[in-house]
Design a binder for this molecule. Structure first.
Ligand SMILES: NS(=O)(=O)c1ccc(CCNC(=O)Nc2ccc(Cl)cc2)cc1
Ligand SMILES: [Zn+2]
Length: 259
């Protein structure tokens, strides 16, 4: 079923084809200091990524995604709230139509210009699709993109490829890339149980949301906004505002790894 971010197939309509979109553990959510619980038993998280696991970068009409070889424990995330290692499968972005919005999670009312998601799955399950059906199947590391004057040079590598994947369906090789070079200094994080922020909206995700954003330039955000959601031979539709509004938290606890 075609779903999107605007008009009659936007986020408010997703539940018609994906009823779980109205579930009790949906993402993203508002993270408010007043409702967060500091959990001193939370461990630090660690990423050990193999740069040779990076395969391609593509425009799927919904986001810009980099995919990794996840056929064995090659690039993994461990620690934090996770019971074991989780395999890196892909990373992608969400962004707005201008610098003042675009993130999916919102922190004390603050919207960032964008949000980077690194998706990992639990190899105790036979494959990714099996993991998607389990509450402890998936872990997403979320990093906010904040517009500033001194952008992170490491973002350049991804944004240089944007011209090659301008339209939906375009995919090009993206070898030798270790996404941990994009990480901010601090590993402080919030964690809670939630869902995919796009259909199928499965409630299988342990979210690890980093407190410290990475700095990107306004030009770099404009580069992301230069992507199109249409295929090559179709009228140009800018790929912007591919973020889901925040969902009710209901009775979920958001834990913080920091005081
Ligand atoms: N914004 S986010 O991080 O919450 C998020 C991450 C990943 C997805 C994609 C979920 N869907 C998916 O991966 N489908 C799939 C994959 C392979 C096969 Cl073989 C069949 C189906 C959606 C949202
Ligand atoms: Zn995402």
């Amino acid at each position: 079923y075609p779903w999107g971010y605007d008009g009659d197939n936007g986020p408010d309509q997703w539940h018609k084809n994906y009823p779980i979109a109205k579930g009790r553990h949906q993402s993203p959510i508002e993270i408010n200091n007043k409702e967060v619980h500091y959990d001193r038993s939370l461990l630090p998280w660690f990423a050990s990524y193999d740069p040779c696991a990076a395969k391609t970068i593509l425009n799927n009409g919904k986001t810009c995604r980099v995919v990794f070889d996840d056929s064995f424990d090659r690039s993994v995330l461990r620690g934090g709230p996770l019971p074991g290692v989780y395999r890196l499968r892909q990373l992608h972005f969400h962004w707005g139509s201008s610098d003042d919005h675009g993130s999916e999670h919102v922190v004390n009312g603050v919207r960032y210009a964008g949000e980077l998601h690194l998706l990992h799955w639990n190899p105790k399950y036979s494959n990714y699709l099996d993991a998607v059906r389990r509450t402890d199947g998936i872990a997403v590391l979320a990093i906010f993109l904040q517009v500033g004057k001194t952008p992170k040079p490491e973002m350049k590598r991804i944004l240089e490829e944007i011209n090659a994947i301008k339209t939906k369906g375009k995919e090009v090789p993206f070898p030798n890339f270790d996404p941990s070079i994009l990480f901010p200094k601090s590993h402080d994080y919030w964690t809670y149980h939630g869902s995919f922020t796009t259909p199928p909206c499965e409630e299988c995700i342990t979210w690890i949301v980093l407190r410290e954003p990475i700095i990107v330039s306004s030009d770099q955000m404009a580069k992301l906004r230069s992507l199109s959601k249409n295929a090559e031979n179709e009228p140009d539709l800018p790929l912007v505002d591919n973020w889901r509004p925040t969902q009710p938290r209901y009775f979920r606890m958001v834990s913080a790894s920091f005081l």
